[in-house]
Design a protein around this ligand. Structure first.
Ligand SMILES: CC(C)(COP(=O)(O)OP(=O)(O)OC[C@H]1O[C@@H](n2cnc3c(N)ncnc32)[C@H](O)[C@@H]1OP(=O)(O)O)[C@@H](O)C(=O)NCCC(=O)NCCS
Length: 186
């Protein structure tokens, strides 16, 4: 169970096809993100794709997709993670997306730290994720959170643009308390 800190004012719960309409509305509210990464707005079936999307060789049993909810409750963000990809103990964060009004208040950090703590309790040793090179705010965010670029993939077609993906990595097993106090002091 993913428990978000009380000061976030948000709660997290697993979402599924019953949440498709709310997730689609979130994707459409995040047009800036889709334009930046894919060069086009969210697809009409973006939410269903997101609910089904899996890393190669994984099944839905390995996919954990959480909605982030305001107290009302209203879906204001989504977190998609696959466990044990590419190897046991290595988790892959497919997406962390907050609606624009929720960004810039430290909520991304609160959600990420809660995810890392929970993943660690489930046996995760390492977290990976991919961030588009042109997503400069995203890159700054991951670097502030203690992630470092581990790989750079050749450009690939994503939507209507060619995008370079940077793969970020963070070891979860060593020095996380130190890194956390450093990042919260910044
Ligand atoms: C990336 C993302 C998850 C980060 O979450 P966040 O809650 O916005 O992150 P933070 O609040 O820690 O930082 C965002 C910015 O707000 C600033 N900020 C942080 N706390 C702040 C506060 N209390 N008041 C004002 N600004 C603040 C940070 O300095 C940072 O500035 P920067 O962009 O110049 O580096 C979120 O912005 C998002 O969903 N973006 C769109 C999707 C995306 O790019 N996801 C990553 C895909 S790889």
């Amino acid at each position: 169970m993913l428990l978000l800190p009380p000061d976030s004012g948000l709660t997290a719960r697993r979402i599924d096809e019953n949440d498709t309409a709310a997730l689609q509305a979130l994707c459409e509210a995040c047009t800036d993100y889709h334009e930046l990464i894919y060069g086009q707005p969210a697809a009409p079936d973006e939410a269903s794709q997101l609910l089904r999307m899996l890393p190669p060789g994984k099944t839905l049993a390995d996919k954990l997709i959480f909605g982030l909810f305001t107290p009302r409750p209203r879906l204001c963000g989504v977190l998609d993670v696959a466990r044990d990809y590419r190897e046991p103990g290595e988790w892959y964060l497919g997406l962390l997306l907050l609606e624009p009004a929720v960004r810039g208040h430290g909520q991304g950090e609160r959600v990420l730290r809660a995810l890392e703590d929970w993943a660690r309790s489930q046996g995760a040793r390492r977290m990976r994720l991919a961030c588009a090179e042109q997503n400069e705010a995203g890159r700054r965010f991951w670097e502030r959170q203690g992630y470092r670029v581990d790989r750079r993939f050749p450009p690939r077609r994503m939507g209507v643009r060619d995008t370079v993906l940077l793969e970020f990595l963070r070891e979860l097993t060593q020095g996380h308390a130190e890194s956390r106090s450093k990042s919260s002091a910044e």
